[in-house]
Ligand binder design. Structure first.
Ligand SMILES: [Zn+2]
Length: 244
């Protein structure tokens, strides 16, 4: 029953994204926002999402993205504004040696100052914001099984190794796609790479460290093939692998 519910949620997400792509950007955002208001979000997810700002667009977009990660229903995630020079959003584990990692709390920080870097979330469509949240929750999936010490090593590697950073970012992108948010991620990636509002430096960073639109399309195809095979009751173990 649970698997069936997740399946229909994923298909609904894909349906929504595919249909939105055929519409004008404004109409798509408006339609999706109305849909988000009317969605019946899980009470557990609502209870475990702590929001430190008043912004319905971000809140509902986050709940929608979170509904695709039902394995994290019990995880507490805080959403918070923060001025950041190099990021639009960033997810962080709150390391606490006195608590078990299963009780660890995570934060997703959102830059609210458009002057600080070459990209600003308010320029995004709703779909793109959902995709961005899907990416950040993908990082939390990565953090989830790591010990506190493992997280510290992760942080050091991320800062000092470009190769490690790319692997971590590609993992987060791939995880979003394999949780049914590929079209949302794709819309954001295409917008960023084509928009005059995004600085050349930020575009280069996206090319260096994240999945490009064609890579995302290939992963979406693999994910959708997996869903069809699973619905058909066939073995998908060989395909169910995230490739950094
Ligand atoms: Zn990231």
């Amino acid at each position: 029953m649970k698997t069936t519910g997740i399946f229909f949620l994923l298909v609904f997400g894909i349906y929504l994204a595919v249909n939105c792509q055929d519409m004008a950007e404004g109409a798509c955002s408006q339609m999706l926002m109305n849909d988000l208001y009317q969605m019946d979000f899980s009470q557990k997810i609502i209870g475990n999402t702590k929001v430190r700002f008043d912004n319905d667009t971000l809140y509902y977009a986050f709940l929608f993205a979170r509904m695709h990660y039902r394995g994290l229903d019990d995880v507490i995630i805080h959403l918070k504004y923060k001025k950041m020079r190099k990021s639009t959003m960033r997810s962080q584990p709150q390391v606490n040696v006195f608590t078990n990692k299963s009780n660890r709390v995570y934060r997703i920080l959102i830059n609210e100052d458009p002057t600080l870097n070459g990209i600003f979330y308010r320029d995004f469509s709703i779909n793109s914001i959902i995709g961005w949240f899907g990416h950040e929750i993908g990082h939390i999936v990565d953090y989830f099984e790591r010990s506190d010490l493992g997280l510290m090593v992760f942080g050091l590697n991320y800062v000092f190794s470009d190769r490690f950073m790319r692997t971590a970012e590609v993992f987060a992108d791939s995880t979003a796609v394999f949780h049914g948010l590929g079209y949302h991620l794709l819309e954001g990636a295409e917008f960023c790479l084509n928009s005059d509002k995004i600085s050349p430096a930020y575009k280069q960073k996206l090319k260096d460290y994240y999945l490009l639109p064609d890579d995302i399309r290939k992963l979406i195809y693999r994910f959708e093939s997996k869903i069809v095979l699973e619905a058909d009751g066939r073995d998908v173990s060989a395909r169910n692998r995230i490739v950094p």
